[in-house]
Design a protein around this ligand. Structure first.
Ligand code: HEM
Length: 463
């Protein structure tokens, strides 16, 4: 039988259209378009007062929900990738205890996974950009048109978007940081046990922020018995502040000198807040900082040495995380502006909040999960003061190795060791391996150590 799609022309390139005869699904069947495209129920029509723009209002919200779904899908996979790292890290720790001779490294991360994480985070960033822009399409609806159907919606509100809350929780928005009204956001899901369960899980599972912090805390070079980045960085900061103090003392005009000294004292206090763990933790408990102290160190180190090949992807990950925070904030801002345009600043929302006034309060840093990354710039030091890398550190951050073999070895060694803890691996191959990996308890990146000499680039004395 002739293909029903054949339009009788001689264009043989079009023959592919006959593939519709195959056993698979048709486009609309595959996408369940009958369901998706019949899900636009205009309440204004049901009340026999059809408002043209309600169609746009519904489609816009549905499009948002679909994209939220995709973001959550990506986010869950990124969390799983980070989480595997965490488990693997524990396995290394276990392996080290069980078989000291065999394993001398806990510092591996599969860099193909880092690339996958980066790819998916960047996808989330692009989706969020779209969502920020999408607000302007809905703004083509006039407030008068909105008014014509708004009353039919009550009490429906975006406040009841389950996926939006899941998204926030999975990123790491903490209940304690929410503004008062949305602290009780869970009550709107009270009648839906599945929603309540999903919310509970999203609050209890490790959030992206938690996993990122764990990963940052293992940045190679932080350990004091290794490169000791923190000690070196602290000395560099002190040198910088002392130099500035000296310059200020050369200033002749007293008033100006006092002003400069005050500024310097303020700067010193900010740096003290990261060098003094108790001061840092106090800021964390007040919600002004979110990252653990070790994670903050890792983030600063990656930022300062981002030109080193092994830090390039981690640095891009940190940038993507900031982009996510920044785009969600922009979405909040665009949404608030739209709300003010549609209902003004004095009307209550259909969800029962103070409307514009409530939403305005959500624009603060409270909702920025990665606020510490934004604030990293406070702690940058001029390039010439950045502690030079030792040869060993340079080599760690330069060279890529094939992680998969190593992972197999580590896992099988954990298993072997568990069965027979006394059987330590003594094959030449394993001995070579041991010699080729550096020990660094806290680091998280795979390395090839092609240099057993450990000379400082700078003066030969650093490790
Ligand atoms: C005419 C357009 C819109 C108006 C007038 C509007 C109005 C409001 C208002 C007043 C609130 C505060 C809660 C309440 O009392 O209802 C709110 C919250 C919210 N809306 Fe909209 N909205 C609009 C469009 C959208 C769209 C397109 C989305 C996309 C999904 C959305 C998602 C949300 C979310 C997630 C919240 C909760 C925000 C939070 O608690 O931080 N809204 N909206």
């Amino acid at each position: 039988m002739a293909c029903p799609m054949d339009n009788g022309t001689d264009d043989t390139n079009q023959i592919g259209s006959c593939l519709t005869k195959g056993p698979g699904l048709l486009y609309s069947e595959y996408l369940l378009l009958d369901k998706v495209l019949s899900a636009q129920r205009l309440l204004s029509s049901e009340y026999d007062k059809e408002v043209h723009d309600e169609h746009l209002f519904i489609v816009t919200h549905q499009a948002y929900e679909l994209w939220f779904k995709q973001i959550i899908f990506e986010l869950d996979s990124v969390r799983a990738l980070f989480s595997n790292e965490e488990k693997l890290h524990e396995k290394y720790a276990q392996a080290r205890i069980l078989n000291e001779n065999n394993l001398h490294s806990s510092e591996a991360i599969d860099e193909s996974r880092t690339l996958e994480i980066l790819k998916r985070l960047n996808r989330i960033v692009l989706i969020l950009k779209l969502l920020v822009d999408q607000v302007s399409i809905l703004e083509t609806m006039t407030p008068l048109d909105f008014m014509a159907f708004r009353d039919y919606l009550c009490p429906a509100s975006g406040f009841q978007s389950l996926q939006f809350r899941l998204l926030e929780n999975k990123l790491g928005v903490k209940q304690a940081h929410r503004v008062k009204y949305s602290q009780s956001y869970k009550r709107v899901f009270g009648r839906d046990p599945n929603a309540v369960e999903a919310i509970r899980r999203s609050e209890e599972e490790p959030s992206l922020s938690h996993l990122v912090q764990f990963w940052l805390a293992r940045t190679p070079g932080l350990a004091t018995n290794d490169f000791d980045f923190w000690g070196k960085y602290r000395r560099a900061v002190e040198a910088m502040l002392n130099e500035q103090r000296q310059h200020i003392h050369e200033e002749e005009e007293e008033e100006f000198r006092k002003q400069l000294l005050n500024n310097l004292a303020a700067r010193q206090a900010v740096f003290d807040s990261i060098f003094n763990v108790a001061a840092h933790n106090a800021l964390v408990s007040r919600g002004e900082r979110r990252f653990s102290h070790a994670a903050l160190q890792g983030a600063i180190m990656i930022t300062l040495y981002r030109d080193e090949p092994r830090f390039s992807q981690p640095h891009q990950i940190l940038t993507a995380l900031m982009d996510i925070d920044s785009l969600i904030t922009k979405w909040r801002y665009n949404h608030v502006l739209m709300v003010q345009r549609m209902i003004g600043s004095q009307q209550l929302g259909t969800g029962g909040s103070s409307g514009y006034l409530y939403l305005k309060t959500t624009l603060s840093d409270r909702y920025k999960v990665f606020v510490d990354l934004f604030n990293l710039s406070t702690f940058l030091i001029p390039r010439q003061l950045i502690p030079p890398l030792t040869k060993r550190m340079k080599s760690k951050l330069s060279i890529v190795w094939d992680y998969s073999d190593f992972e197999e070895d580590v896992v099988s060694s954990v298993e072997t060791s568990s069965v027979n803890a006394t059987t330590s691996s003594s094959s030449t191959e394993q001995k070579n391996r041991k010699d080729n990996y550096h020990s660094d308890e806290r680091s998280c990146y795979g390395i090839i150590n092609n240099s057993n000499t450990d000379l400082s680039v700078n003066n030969g004395s650093n490790n």
